[in-house]
Design a protein around this ligand. Structure first.
Ligand code: K1U
Ligand code: ZN
Length: 169
């Protein structure tokens, strides 16, 4: 297994639209293991393949307290959304240290393949529903700061670039 570098906003590669996974094979299973290790090490509750510069429709999630309920969604599709939405505080491993409110559906139903290539349907609410919507946005090349005002987004962009310049010194 390996820890993978996570792309940081405003890296343009975060805006790549991911392609469907053709087959769930050994390469995919190795990638899933690396993504889970990377997510747990970064103390995240989710990670999309886009964030590690792999542009295929794969996300890993674990919203459990015990960090032992990994959920792998390959080629996820939203098949139902609740009528109700709420503003939720979000963070992102690609935008470290920034938290802000994003309006999301309260509940979603998603169909996907699991790590063995079996079809599954996930009915999600609360933090899991928020996390699935956040990760599926990554697969469409969208980062949560794009929901914020241009003023906030530009401030975040400058802050991230400054932090990256300082880290490089
Ligand atoms: O996609 C990512 O970058 C992972 C991201 C997922 C996420 C967190 C919060 C709301 C929606 C999606 C994170 O894991 S950020 C770090 C984190 O663990 C966290 C931040 C805020 C609330 C809960 C967890
Ligand atoms: Zn994110």
């Amino acid at each position: 297994m390996a820890l993978l570098p996570i792309l940081r906003f405003p890296d343009p590669r975060l805006h790549t639209v991911a392609k469907p996974v053709p087959t769930v094979d050994a390469r995919m299973q190795a990638l899933i293991a690396d993504m889970l290790e990377t997510m747990y090490e970064a103390k995240g509750i989710g990670l999309a393949a886009t964030q590690i510069d792999v542009h295929e429709r794969l996300i890993v999630i674990d919203v459990s307290e015990e960090r032992d309920q990994a959920l792998v969604l390959i080629n996820p599709q939203v098949v139902w959304t609740s009528a109700e939405t709420h503003l939720n505080e979000e963070g992102c491993l690609s935008v470290p240290g920034i938290y802000d409110g994003v309006e999301r559906f309260d509940a979603v139903t998603v169909s996907a393949l699991d790590e063995k290539g079996n079809s599954r349907v996930v009915q999600a609410e609360d933090l899991l529903a928020v996390c699935i919507q956040h990760e599926m946005d990554h697969l469409m090349g969208k980062v949560f700061v794009e929901y914020l005002s241009p003023l906030k987004r530009n401030r975040i962009k400058k802050k991230m670039l400054k932090a990256q310049r300082e880290e490089a010194q």
